[in-house]
Design a protein around this ligand. Structure first.
Ligand SMILES: NC(=O)c1ccc[n+]([C@@H]2O[C@H](COP(=O)([O-])OP(=O)(O)OC[C@H]3O[C@@H](n4cnc5c(N)ncnc54)[C@H](O)[C@@H]3O)[C@@H](O)[C@H]2O)c1
Length: 433
C-alpha cells in the first residue's frame, strides 16, 4: 500500500462515500466537505493519511443530479431502488440525509452491505427501528453514527466544559427554542411536510444537547429520563384539524442521581416570518444550583445590513460558526464551521477503524469509536425515546385526544403514554430505554 502525501496515491486508504438525499442539508454541509476533499489528504485519529471520495448518490427525484454529475462525474440514482443501486457499486460509508421518517430503510440497507453509516438527525422515529439498526450494526461490525452538529457549536462545547468541571453545578431547569422560517415548511420541505412536526425535525438537537451535556458529568444510567410531554398548534402549514403541525412545545423531565428532578421546555416552529433577521431564531437558558447559562444563538454579535439583500438573501444576524464561506487571510475562499467539522470527524473515525493499526485490532478500534457517545446510535436511545413519545402524543392529539404524557421506564414499560385522570395507557415500547 502506497502512502504518499501531496498527490493522493493511497488507493487502499480511500473512503468511497455514498450519499442518500441531496436536499438542503446536503447543499449546506456535505457538498462543501466533498468538494474540499477532492485530491486532499486527510489524517486519521492516529495521523494516517486517507482520502474521502464521493462515489455515488441516491435521491427520490433527479433534482440536483446534473449539478452532482457536473461537479463529480459520478453515478446518480433515483426512484425506489436507488439506494440498492448505489450500494451495489461498492461503497464504504453511506451518509443518509433523506427526510425525517425515511432514514431507517437506507440505514439498514447500508449496514447490511457492511458500510459505515452516518444518519442525519433524527436517526429514526422509534425505539423498535433503533433496536433493529443497532443489532445490524453489531452484526456488520461497522459504525452507525448520527449527526448532531450543535454539540460542536463552540458555545455548547464551553457549556459542557463548565458542567464537566463542576463550575456549573446541578442543572435544575431550562428552555431552548428554535424557530424556522415559513419558507422551510412551505417551500423546502413541501414534498414531505404532511403529517410531520417541527419538534422531530429540530427539537432533537436540544434533546441531544441536554442528554449529552448534563449526562456527561455523571454515570449515564444515573441521569434518568423520566417524562415527556408536549402541546402543539396547527392551521398554517396544514388544516386546523389535520396531522401536520406548525409549532410544538416539549416538556421533558430528568432525574438526577440524588432524586431531584430537572425539567426543560423546548419550543420549535417552522412558521416564523421569512423576513426575520436571522436564518433561525435560537436561544437557550439553563439554570443551575449556582448559576445561569443564557445564550442567544441568533444574535452572536454580528449585525449586517445591505440594501436590497438583507434580511432575505442575506441575513442581518449571521452565524459564522456553522458553515460560513470565508476568505482565509492566507488563501482562497473556504467553507468552515461545526456543521462541516462533524461530518469530517465521522470520516476520520472511519479511517481510524479501518487503517489505524493491524486488522486484528480492528474490533478494539471499533469499540473505541463506538464508546464516543456524542454520535453513536447506541447512545441515541433517550433522544429517540423523546421523538417516539412526541410523535405518539401528536398522533393522539390529531385524533382529538391532546394532553398525553409519556412515562419512561416505569412499572408498565419503557415508554408508556398516559392521560391525566384516565386509567388506560398505551405501551409504545416495552423494553427499558
Ligand atoms: N443537521 C442539521 O441541522 C439538519 C438540518 C437540516 C436538515 N437535517 C436533516 O436532514 C434530513 C434531510 O433534510 P433536508 O433539509 O436536506 O431535506 P430536503 O427536503 O431539502 O431534501 C431531502 C432529500 O431527500 C431525497 N429523498 C426524499 N425521499 C427519499 C427517499 N425515500 N429515499 C432517498 N432520498 C429521498 C429528496 O429527493 C431530497 O434530495 C432530514 O432528516 C432533516 O431533519 C439536518
Amino acid at each position: 500500500m502506497a502512502e504518499t502525501f501531496g498527490e493522493v496515491t493511497m488507493k487502499n486508504n480511500t473512503i468511497r462515500v455514498g450519499m442518500v438525499g441531496l436536499g438542503m442539508i446536503f447543499q449546506e454541509t456535505y457538498l462543501p466537505v466533498f468538494e474540499q476533499s477532492r485530491g486532499r489528504v486527510r489524517l486519521s485519529l492516529k495521523d494516517k493519511p486517507y482520502e474521502i471520495q464521493l462515489t455515488g448518490v441516491a435521491s427520490r427525484t433527479e433534482k440536483s443530479h446534473s449539478m452532482v454529475r457536473e461537479k463529480f462525474g459520478i453515478p446518480c440514482y433515483s426512484g425506489p431502488d436507488a439506494v440498492n443501486q448505489l450500494l451495489s457499486q461498492g461503497i464504504d460509508a453511506l451518509c443518509i440525509a433523506s427526510p425525517d421518517g425515511t432514514h431507517h430503510l437506507p440505514a439498514l440497507q447500508g449496514l447490511r452491505h457492511n458500510c459505515h453509516i452516518l444518519i442525519e438527525k433524527p436517526s429514526v422515529l422509534n425505539m423498535q427501528d433503533l433496536d433493529l439498526l443497532e443489532a445490524q450494526a453489531n452484526t456488520s461490525e461497522t459504525l452507525a453514527r448520527v449527526v448532531y452538529h450543535k454539540l460542536g457549536d463552540p458555545d455548547h462545547k464551553r457549556l459542557r466544559t463548565l458542567v464537566s468541571e463542576n463550575v456549573l453545578r446541578h442543572v435544575n431547569s431550562g428552555y431552548c427554542t428554535l424557530l424556522e422560517p415559513k419558507s422551510i415548511s412551505q417551500g423546502t420541505f413541501a414534498a414531505w411536510i404532511n403529517g410531520r412536526n417541527p419538534a422531530t425535525y429540530v427539537a432533537v438537537h436540544y434533546f441531544k444537547l441536554i442528554d449529552f451535556t448534563f449526562g456527561t458529568s455523571q454515570a449515564r444510567d444515573s441521569w434518568k429520563l423520566r417524562r415527556i410531554g408536549c402541546s402543539a398548534q396547527r392551521g398554517i402549514v396544514g388544516p386546523a384539524q389535520g396531522s401536520t403541525w406548525d409549532s410544538v412545545q416539549n416538556h421533558i423531565t430528568y432525574e438526577h442521581p440524588d432524586g431531584r428532578e430537572a425539567s426543560f421546555d423546548i419550543h420549535t416552529s417552522w412558521v416564523n416570518p421569512d423576513n426575520f433577521p436571522g436564518y433561525v431564531d435560537q436561544e437557550v437558558q439553563f439554570r443551575f444550583d449556582n448559576g445561569i447559562w443564557n445564550a442567544s444563538q441568533r444574535k452572536r454579535g454580528v449585525e449586517l445590513v445591505v440594501e436590497g439583500l438583507t434580511p432575505h438573501d442575506l441575513k442581518t444576524n449571521i452565524n459564522n460558526h456553522y458553515n460560513a464561506s470565508l476568505l482565509d487571510p492566507w488563501g482562497p475562499k473556504v467553507s468552515k464551521g461545526y456543521g462541516l467539522e462533524v461530518l469530517e470527524r465521522f470520516f476520520t473515525e472511519v479511517a481510524h477503524v479501518e487503517w489505524d493499526g493491524d486488522k486484528s485490532d480492528r474490533p478494539a478500534r471499533l469499540k473505541t469509536v463506538r464508546s464516543m457517545k456524542y454520535a453513536d446510535l447506541s447512545a441515541d436511545r433517550n433522544v429517540v425515546a423523546m421523538v417516539q413519545a412526541t410523535e405518539a402524543i401528536l398522533e393522539m392529539a390529531a385524533q382529538g385526544k391532546p394532553g398525553g404524557v409519556v412515562e419512561v421506564n416505569g412499572e408498565h414499560g419503557g415508554l408508556v403514554l398516559t392521560y391525566s385522570g384516565a386509567s388506560d395507557r398505551i405501551v409504545l415500547y416495552e423494553k427499558p430505554i
